[in-house]
Design a protein around this ligand. Structure first.
Ligand code: PMP
Length: 528
């Protein structure tokens, strides 16, 4: 009999799925093994899953007929119970997920991908996790690898409204099909995005500049501050990171005091991180905020103070009450301007407020936005006052080829609209509150969990070997993150000792997802 060779693979695959916890994963394994020996073409891959289902259906029909003829032969029904369990599960799978998973068997394996990357990409680009993750698809707070395995993304804040959010994708692709040019031509989207964005900010933050990344935005913010004050010196918080350009490395203690760094330049002044868990002034000191701010008094003639309004790279720090108000007052009295780096904290992530600086009851002179505002499309923004913008307008043109492009404005508008329409800030507040409570309950059981802190979907769990010496549990943090990765939960670490588990997911992250993270963390900690 002549037939299609794919039928062979379909039959083998059909039986390999039976009784498996992850039947699709089993199917992908078999297909990948086959593909290594004999290449599968597009048509074969497209038909494989349907043929698998058909085979199982055929088995049910054939067995029914045979059992009637030979009711005493138990072998005839050997597959029927497993089929009864597995077939409905296979049939219920999302066909596009199945198709993506099967198509991916023609793609290079993670090992091949890694070695290709090592051949052509600069060596100091790191890869997360001991076993690198190779993701082929994203959907809201989930990521999928080539075998169809679903990972819970509890870490990435760039896909703020969710990976591949359809409204953002549509806004970007529709506009790209029509027109994508720069800000030297008139286009309504530029002004519309500016209007919508400034409407989320308090007076007098009314003037926008659009660029392509958080780094570019911080770089521009420094230029604005320097143009406005005629000064150069910058005041920063310890352990901060503000971006990858030369100047931003110079103002990022996380980099210049880290491996390969050259220490602080004379024009950079580093203030202690206002960390009320580990720092000089601790939780329980009602004046910790003012006391930390006092360190700013030593700085003469600053052009700017720049800080994340909730230091994320510093270890998911929630600033003590009145810290920013006090530091801003000192810096302004010394003639400097105050820059809020909201690259990680903007757009409702903190739950209680749209921007983290609002929780500190201050209004910065310059606000820097990045990551979430384009949901993964490269988009950064600087918003400032009319006075500062006027100082910057000194005759030299400001232009960014891609910044404020038609497509980036279309994407930016869509993201902002989704944040508001889906009430994501309120969602982050409620979900974050419940997860924080759950994590605090775990803290009572696991001594390693020294501190649990955060706001909204900006949470941190600081791990310590000893709750009195606060010795950082850096190795343990790394181990936990890797074990969670093996359980398909993606988290990261941060803080000067890399001992803070960072929970900072896409905003659609649900209560069930939070429970999933908490119970997995509980088990991993118990097994450590
Ligand atoms: N500021 C902060 C607080 C950041 O976390 C980052 C990126 N991690 C940046 C600025 C730089 O942004 P980008 O990587 O988009 O240049």
């Amino acid at each position: 009999m002549h037939s299609f060779a794919i039928a062979d693979l379909a039959i083998a695959t059909a039986y390999a799925t039976l009784g498996k916890a992850e039947p699709l994963e089993a199917a992908v394994h078999v297909a990948r093994g086959y593909q290594r020996v004999k290449a599968l073409d597009e048509d074969e891959l497209a038909s494989l899953f349907g043929l698998v289902l058909l085979r199982l259906c055929a088995s049910v029909c054939v067995a029914a007929r045979q059992q009637k003829q030979r009711p005493d032969d138990p072998y005839l029904s050997i597959s029927q119970q497993p089929i009864r369990e597995t077939l409905p599960r296979l049939a219920a799978l999302d066909p596009s997920r199945v198709e993506a998973a099967l198509r991916a068997v023609r793609a290079p394996t993670p090992e091949e991908t890694l070695s290709a990357r090592r051949r052509v990409i600069g060596p100091n680009l790191s890869v997360a996790y001991r076993a690198p993750v190779k993701i082929v698809r994203g959907w809201m707070q989930y990521l999928y690898d080539g075998s169809g395995r679903r990972y819970l993304d509890a870490y990435n804040n760039v896909p703020h409204v969710g990976h591949s959010h359809p409204r953002v994708v549509r806004a970007g692709t529709d506009q790209m099909r029509l027109l994508n040019t720069n800000t030297r031509y008139l286009h309504d989207l530029l002004g519309q995005f500016g209007e919508r964005l400034t409407a989320t900010l308090p007076d007098p933050l009314r003037v926008c500049y659009f660029v392509n990344s958080g780094s570019e935005a911080n770089e521009l913010a420094l230029r604005l501050a320097r143009a406005h004050t005629g000064r150069r010196d910058v005041v920063v918080l310890d352990a901060a990171y503000h971006g990858n350009t030369s100047t931003l490395i110079d103002i990022s203690p996380y980099k210049f005091n880290g491996p390969g760094g050259e220490g602080a330049a004379p024009w950079v002044h580093v203030l202690p991180l206002p960390d009320i868990y580990r720092g000089k002034y601790r939780r329980g000191d009602p004046r910790a905020g003012e006391k930390y701010a006092e360190f700013a008094r030593q700085v003469r003639n600053p052009a700017a103070f720049i800080a994340e309004s909730a230091p994320s790279v510093g270890g998911q720090i929630i600033l003590p009450d009145r810290y920013l108000a006090s530091v801003y007052a000192i810096v302004r009295a010394a003639g400097g301007v105050c820059i809020a780096d909201e690259v990680q904290t903007a757009y409702g992530r903190m739950g209680t407020h749209f921007y983290a600086f609002e929780a500190q009851n201050v209004v910065p002179d310059i606000v820097v936005l990045g990551k979430p505002i384009g949901n993964g499309y490269p988009l950064g923004a600087v918003v400032t006052t009319r006075e500062i913008a006027a100082s910057f307008d000194n005759g030299m043109e400001f232009f960014s080829t891609f910044g404020g492009s038609t497509v980036s404005c279309a994407v930016g508008l869509a993201v902002l609209q989704v944040v508001q329409d889906e009430r994501l800030q309120e969602h982050a507040r409620q979900t974050g509150e419940r997860l924080l409570e759950r994590l605090r309950a775990l803290q009572a059981v696991h001594p390693l969990m020294g501190d649990v802190r955060g706001s909204g979907l900006f949470l941190g769990v600081e791990l310590v070997k000893d709750r009195s010496s606060l010795e950082p549990a850096t190795e343990e943090a790394r181990e936990i993150v890797n074990r969670l990765r093996d359980r398909a939960i993606l988290l990261g670490t941060d803080g000067p000792f890399a001992n803070v588990l960072k929970i900072r997911p896409p905003m659609p992250f649900s209560d069930d997802d939070g429970e999933h993270v908490a119970s997995a963390l509980d088990e991993v900690l118990a097994g450590l």
